[in-house]
Design a protein around this ligand. Sequence first.
Ligand SMILES: Nc1ncnc2c1ncn2[C@@H]1O[C@H](COP(=O)(O)OP(=O)(O)OP(=O)(O)O)[C@@H](O)[C@H]1O
Length: 578
Amino acid sequence: MRAPDTRAGRQELQQARAESRSLFTSAFVFSIFVNLLMLTGPLYMLQIYDRVLGSRSEETLLALSVLVAFLYLMMGLLDYARGRVMARAGARFQTLLDSRVFSAVLRSETGRPGAEAAQTGLRDLEIVQRFLGSPALLAFFDMPWTPIFLFAIFIFHPWLGALAVAGGITLVCVTLLNQWRTRQPALEAAGMGQRAERMSDQMRDEAEAVEALGMRGSTFDRWQMARGTAMDLQLAASDRAGAFTSATKSLRLFLQSAMLGLGAYLVLQNELSAGAMIAGSILLGRALAPVELAIGQWELLQRASRGWQNLTRLLSDVPPEIQRTPLPRPAARLEGQQVTVVPPGESQASLRMVSFTLPPGKAMGVIGPSGSGKTTLARAITGVWRCAGGKIRLDGAALDQYDPDVLGQHIGYLPQRVTLFDGTIAENIARLSTQPDPKKVVEAAQKAAAHEMILKLPQGYDTPLVSASNRLSGGQVQRIGLARALYGDPVILVLDEPNSNLDNEGSEALNRAIRQMKSEQRSVIIMAHRPAAIQECELLLVLDGGIRRAFGPRDEVLSEVVQNAAQIQSSKGQGGVS
Ligand SMILES: Nc1ncnc2c1ncn2[C@@H]1O[C@H](COP(=O)(O)OP(=O)(O)OP(=O)(O)O)[C@@H](O)[C@H]1O
């Protein structure tokens, strides 16, 4: 199987990273000075042993100590500054991509629910941001200094240099071995951990069904199995990584002592000064510090690298929205031309070559048995799913010529299953706008016959809702969903099974809202099972197995196609549910 092309996503990420190039450059320059100043310690040692102790000069000691204190202060300041710069580079990277990744996650979820890259998109971005602002990346800036420090040790004595190089190579080999040995278990542990998390999220959301159906034990068993496996894998991964971290730490400490030992031997042979012996040992510590730091931060590095890969996949799968020329507010004329829709991730179309025309001021009913493609059509009209073939045109322009957010304002949608979000009732009606227009909110609620019901709630329109809570009944939720669909005066209203939870009063209010829409030259589409829902419709589209069975004036179509036409027509004019 060919690997998916992720070039576009990688390019986007690289561009966002390149926006912080000046910050990275300053951090790199700071790192040069920090590393130069790291020579302070060894040089001080060298001077103390070889000059101060030899000459017994207190003035030299004082002068050297003052100088060293100053240099350490500078080093501290520069180190702090580069840490701050890197943190800002990470933050800038995240700010640049926040909105892009957020909409890619949403679009990916509507397109192909459950796609792995979308599930973790926002978390991946955060991990990459954390890595960009962490000491782990600074370790890579410090690494080029490792050979320079090693070279300095060579200047003291070739044997010391040889030992340092051998030690350095061993540490690098351990690092590579670490990478090789821990990558797979870390990957598996992360994957399984995410699965357990998804499972617990779903179970929490569906807590009511879990309780009512006595599924607590079995759901717990499933979750625990996933979690247990994740924990075992995580333990194995962290054991391995921990073993490597401890091994490198001990090795480094041992190397430093070995340097001292070898240095002392060379001093005894009169081949080295005592100062150089100590300085060499300190230099070795400095040379190997970035390697050890990189190993210590290996987990973050791996997670960031995985996050980067996921993001490249996500951003490649979901290209950025193109800037569209804004169109004027459309007339409520909707036209379906040979519309074919294939559900995301499926190979079979659930709607095939369906055509219809809905002029302004009219309502169209869409009926058909379960699975006939009614919801699919609603999704296509609202732009949630794109047409695989044919076009849907709103006032002459294909739906993809509208910016998705603008299209959402033109087309009000009441989905089959209404979900409300965390926020007040008013905010939910105003589609989570941070500054809801109170007048429009109340107007929409009145049209949906939700106003009185909302006023009876403890804090009226300001009653806070928690998405998962069930303080509202199914009918109440549906009325608020209808008010949300009507908010902002959409030109087209798409209602998917609007009567499923409405009582008589709600159904009548719905019919009133439909009549009002029509009188204002706006139009309505109703996907329905129940006859009461289509009594306001002039047009009827009958679907069966994703194919148009009939389309035309309602009564004609009914008498032509639906066998129980008489029964449905008899409910006409009664209002409410039959
Ligand atoms: N998200 C999806 N992924 C894959 N296939 C889907 C998806 N949603 C619907 N389908 C398929 O598309 C076909 C039409 O489904 P659709 O939900 O549009 O029917 P419907 O007429 O609205 O049914 P109902 O009256 O039961 O709501 C069905 O065969 C269904 O299996």
